[in-house]
Ligand binder design. Structure first.
Ligand code: SAH
Length: 217
């Protein structure tokens, strides 16, 4: 950013909620959020609020995304899976933070938008898949970290299985109205809770598979 220009509002919002990881703050400074919301919502992109992105979905509050990313303790070498691409904002942040980003979105229309948005800001190397993210992305596993952008009663077992030993997973967990962002670590073949971050309200993680975790409706 050029000298004299004020800090991007997403950076200030992240700092306000206690994010201190300089790499996360640098990623927030590098990604123009207005490029990851629908044109009609562009004037609101600098507000630290979730915004509607169509298909009955929202893009999360930037300060919350920053908090979740900080919890993953990324150093730059990792391969990371995101479940719930939306318009691609968090995927773009991840692309600035780690070596390889794979993201899964169940709405093909949103995945298309995300791809276009990522290409437009020069992040064409992010792999955007269309599918049921509760199944993870086995062909790209193992992942050093996984972030889930939609809420479920529990972590889908396939996601735990695709984590590398010592890998971290962050996800909003719990029923509607009682969701908490939980940070897990994969140790000795098990997910162990390492931290409960904050109460939140996310859109539901919708499984199309046999072990349904939630519903859109
Ligand atoms: N990561 C986005 C937030 C998107 S909101 C951002 O940075 O703003 C959560 C997204 O999860 C929605 O787009 C929704 O369609 C998607 N989703 C819900 N259930 C899913 C599933 N089982 N697999 C993949 N995506 C899912």
């Amino acid at each position: 950013m050029s000298a004299g220009r004020s800090e991007r509002p997403q950076v200030a919002a992240a700092r306000r909620v206690g994010v201190t990881d300089e790499r996360v703050l640098a990623a927030m400074a590098a990604v123009p959020r207005e490029r990851f919301v629908p044109p009609a919502a562009r004037s609101e992109a600098d507000l630290d609020r979730p915004l509607r992105i169509g298909s009955n979905q929202t893009t999360s509050q930037p300060s919350l995304i920053a908090t979740m990313l900080q919890a993953l303790r990324l150093t730059g070498t990792e391969r990371v899976l995101e479940v719930g691409t939306g318009f691609g904002y968090q995927a773009a942040l991840l692309a600035h933070l780690v070596a390889e980003v794979v993201t899964v979105e169940r709405h093909a229309l949103l995945a298309d938008r995300a791809r276009g948005n990522l290409v437009a800001v020069g992040l064409a190397h992010v792999t955007v898949l269309v599918g049921d993210g509760t199944l993870g992305a086995p062909e790209y596993a193992p992942f050093d970290a996984i972030t889930v952008a939609a809420a479920a009663p529990a972590v889908p077992p396939a996601l735990a299985e695709q984590l590398a030993p010592g890998g971290r997973l962050v996800a909003p967990i719990g029923p509607r109205g009682q969701q908490v962002v939980v940070v897990y670590e994969y140790r000795d073949g098990q997910l162990v809770v390492v931290e409960r971050l904050t109460a939140v309200r996310f859109v539901p993680l919708v499984s199309d598979g046999p072990d349904r975790l939630g519903r859109d409706r």
